[in-house]
Design a protein around this ligand. Structure first.
Ligand code: 13P
Length: 339
């Protein structure tokens, strides 16, 4: 039976608007406090927290459920961010296609061993879609607006992306949250708009360094996930990939340990199970992102609850990105042979 999924969403906010006040109220935050302040409260007061630690703290003991990995197809997604020119895109995609064609993206079990997505700047999309046509490579954008259309100069709607042939869109990336004012509420709106337009969503969640040091990583990713997925149904959840990206690991060369990555991915999965049921949670694709590269990918991807990666810097060279895809393909094949 279809489960209703996360509370909130459309029931409380008209389509195309940011998420409902009720979501914040449900978290025990006074409605009289202005929205921006409430979000700061929800994210935690960072400067006066009594807890000071100089190393990352393990939060919970990971549980092992490796059998469920066979239910999922890992997704390796590249996020070019604001890099590479439109004129460089076609040649790159052709090189990546060739380099990953032999990556055994089709497992003997009949299902794909690994999905490969490349998320490029808006202006590179046409070139990328043209060069990837007819191949295993899927093209994604890096953001979309929450409204269907309207007076939003400089913005791009999910329907525009869909019309162009885009299949995936990243929402809630920490760089959008940090530099462009994205909040859990706007991430909810973008997620809703993307799903309504028929796009697959790569939803980014993750704690900043202070939050990890304060021991609130799981609370932070739960809250981000809960608000973003407000009103999203179990059927719609199949179109969502969750990317756990600890902000302190992005572009820093500092990678979460395989155990740290797995414990948060597992916690997100358990959280999904509360709302969508165990089967839907076990089928959900949850990636790790943050300084993943050809050297560390195999260990991260071997974790029972890590289903692929969201790759920044290492997606800018076709050979490096292909090496990660190959590592995921091997994991997919070996997981699919587990009886
Ligand atoms: P890096 O792989 O460069 O750390 O970036 C990760 C990321 O932000 C992907 O979205």
């Amino acid at each position: 039976m279809e489960r209703s999924g996360m509370p909130g969403g459309d029931a409380a906010a008209p389509k195309g608007q940011v998420a409902p006040e009720e979501t914040l109220a449900a978290e025990g935050v006074n409605k009289a406090v202005p929205l921006a302040i409430r979000i700061i409260i929800l994210r935690g007061a960072k400067t006066h927290h009594p807890f000071q630690a100089d190393s990352y703290i393990p939060i919970q003991k990971p549980k092992e459920n490796p059998m469920n990995k066979t239910l999922r197809t890992p997704v390796i997604a590249g996020n070019w961010k604001m890099n590479l020119l439109p004129s460089q895109t076609g040649a790159f995609v052709k090189e990546l296609k060739a380099a990953t064609a032999e990556a055994d993206c089709s497992a003997p079990s009949g299902r794909d061993a690994c999905g490969v997505v490349l998320c490029v700047p808006y202006v590179n999309l046409c070139a990328a879609i043209g060069a990837a046509a007819g191949s295993h490579l899927k093209i994604g954008a890096q953001n979309c607006h929450w409204a269907e259309s309207g007076a939003f100069t400089g913005e791009v709607s999910a329907a525009m992306l869909k019309d162009l042939g885009v299949e995936y869109v990243i929402v809630g990336h920490s760089e959008r949250r940090a530099y462009f004012g994205d909040t859990d509420q706007t991430v909810h709106g973008r997620t809703r708009a993307a799903l309504d337009a028929g796009l697959k969503v790569i939803l980014c969640v993750g704690e900043v360094k202070e939050e990890r040091l304060q021991g609130v990583t799981l609370e932070v990713v739960r809250l981000q996930t809960k608000i973003a997925l407000g009103g999203v149904t179990e059927a719609e959840l199949r179109g969502v990939v969750i990317a756990y990206e600890p902000v302190w690991a992005i572009g820093t060369g500092l990678t979460a340990t395989a155990a740290q990555a797995n414990e948060v991915c597992l916690a997100i999965r358990d959280f999904l199970a509360e709302f969508y049921g165990r089967d839907a949670a076990d089928a959900a694709v949850i990636q790790y992102g943050g300084s993943m590269n050809a050297g560390n990918a195999a260990e991260l991807l071997a974790q029972p609850d890590v289903d692929g990666g969201l790759i920044g810097g290492a997606s800018l060279k076709a050979a490096d990105f292909a090496a990660i895809v190959k590592a995921a393909g091997r994991q997919g094949v070996s997981a699919s042979t587990v009886k």
